[in-house]
Design a protein around this ligand. Structure first.
Ligand SMILES: Cc1cc2nc3c(=O)[nH]c(=O)nc-3n(C[C@H](O)[C@H](O)[C@H](O)COP(=O)(O)OP(=O)(O)OC[C@H]3O[C@@H](n4cnc5c(N)ncnc54)[C@H](O)[C@@H]3O)c2cc1C
Length: 414
């Protein structure tokens, strides 16, 4: 019986294990460096804040929970040799395989300067794994409540919002002038920020860097920022972006820093090796390549990879990239490509919408407002609605804003 090695037990690895299990005919060996069964990573902020317990996060049986016979937690692949189809494991074992799926996701990227400042401090935590969320929770449960979050991207903002609800005192620091710098244009993010700062004890310290840390032994007691601000803290969370986990493939002579390139069958250029999820870069609906970071994409890519490993001919369509953060009743969202110059602003119901219209079609949008006003806009990007039609529909007279349900019904594709 052929052996499939699945490296990683996140959404992608777990989904692939389930699909291969259902198809049958393979010995599946699934390795995860984490000590837990597959879980919902996006719920980590709620776990850190005490709103959830670990059991709430575990994927239910039959939903890609990855509890296949050959699943092993707490064992990493330390080195993978694609040519000889062998892998070295962290426990010293060596395993061979016929096919492999790399589903190792991403880890928090820590800039060199912060690595230098924090060294091996005991109260500096990343926010990517369950053990990290639990360690922040323990600090908060010990009666300490001052948390400095470095990085006001999606994860930093989601964590800040969850900790604020739990009564923590949050300082959210970012080098960029506004929150969510890789997601929204600064003036759009500015519309969302008051919702984040409303109620609770939360300060956004944007446009500043961490200059140094005040230490007590191995514990950070305060951050000194580039503008002279001093931020006392009981814990520091690094939410400074992510980088794909590909180091165990290093030495293969490829540049994998932005993710492993795959074709539409999720096959890498290494024979017999597929990859899926946050560890890859893939083709988007607007024709660019982008890194992962969406659960739905990870699951779909993993299913395609598993089917191809099993000998089927499955292909993955170009996928959608987008992001959403919910702050109280309001959401900030981005979809598609928003870097183009052809942007136009509209009001949709009670919400703000900036559409990007490039090459005669709708290539992306940014949104701040109520979830019901967002409905229907995603198909505009997915189907690349005709720019003239979108413009006319959004500017239609007869009342404030425009019903996105009408936009969803647009028949004019570019
Ligand atoms: C706080 C937070 C909030 C998020 N919110 C959302 C959201 O609202 N919506 C959304 O769509 N996405 C969200 N995401 C992103 C989403 O979680 C990822 O897109 C998804 O987890 C990707 O799945 P994956 O299986 O590719 O990788 P992961 O879930 O990262 O799983 C990879 C696994 O492989 C393990 N691994 C790494 N290297 C090795 C190795 N060498 N050997 C063995 N195991 C290894 C890792 O430890 C990890 O367990 C969020 C992420 C975070 C952290």
């Amino acid at each position: 019986m052929e052996r499939v090695l699945i490296v990683g037990n996140g959404y992608a690895g777990a989904r692939a294990a389930d699909v291969l299990g259902a198809l049958g005919g393979f010995e599946v060996l699934q390795l995860s460096d984490e000590a837990y069964p597959a879980y919902c990573r996006h719920l980590l902020p709620g776990l850190a804040s005490g709103e959830r317990v670990p059991e709430d996060l575990f994927l239910p049986p039959g939903d890609g929970n990855g509890r296949v016979a050959g699943a092993r937690s707490g064992t990493a692949v330390s080195r993978l040799f694609p040519k000889t189809r062998r892998a070295h494991l962290s426990n010293g074992e060596e395993v061979s395989f016929d096919h492999a799926l790399i589903a190792t996701g991403a880890r928090v990227f820590v800039p060199e300067i912060l690595r230098h400042i924090f060294g091996r401090c005991v109260n500096v935590i990343a926010m990517r794994q369950m053990k990290e969320a639990l360690s922040l929770r323990r600090i908060l449960e010990g009666g300490k409540r001052r948390v400095a979050i470095i990085g006001a991207g999606r994860i930093g903002v989601l964590l800040a919002e969850a900790l604020k609800r739990a009564g923590a005192c949050i300082s959210l620091v970012d080098i960029a002038p506004e929150i969510l710098p890789t997601m929204l244009h600064g003036d759009v993010a500015l519309l969302l920020r008051p919702h984040l700062e409303a109620e609770g004890d939360l300060s956004v310290l944007a446009g500043r860097t961490v200059a140094s840390a005040e230490m007590e032994g191995e514990t950070v007691r305060a951050l000194h920022l580039s503008d002279g601000t001093v931020v006392p803290c009981d814990a520091v969370v690094l939410a400074t972006g992510v980088v794909p986990n590909t180091e165990f493939l290093e030495g293969e002579g490829r540049d994998l820093a932005d993710g492993i390139p795959v074709d539409d069958r999720m096959e890498t250029s290494m024979p017999g090796i597929h990859a899926a999820g946050d560890v890859i870069r893939f083709r988007t609906v607007t024709g660019k390549t982008a890194p992962g970071q969406l659960i739905l994409n990870a699951r779909l890519q993993a299913e395609v990879a598993a089917r191809n490993i099993a000998g089927e001919r499955a292909t993955c369509p170009p996928l959608f990239v987008g992001n959403v953060v919910k702050i109280g009743p309001v959401i900030g969202a981005v979809a598609g490509d928003v870097d183009g110059t052809g942007t136009e602003d509209y009001r949709v119901g009670d919400s703000f919408l900036r559409v990007t219209l490039e090459g005669g079609g709708m290539t992306g949008f940014q949104f701040v407002g109520l979830p019901e006003d967002l409905r229907g806009l995603v198909p505009g990007v997915l189907k690349r609605f005709d720019a003239a039609w979108v413009r006319q529909a959004l500017a239609a007279p007869g009342g404030p804003g425009f019903s996105p349900r009408v936009l969803a019904g647009a028949g004019a594709w570019v």
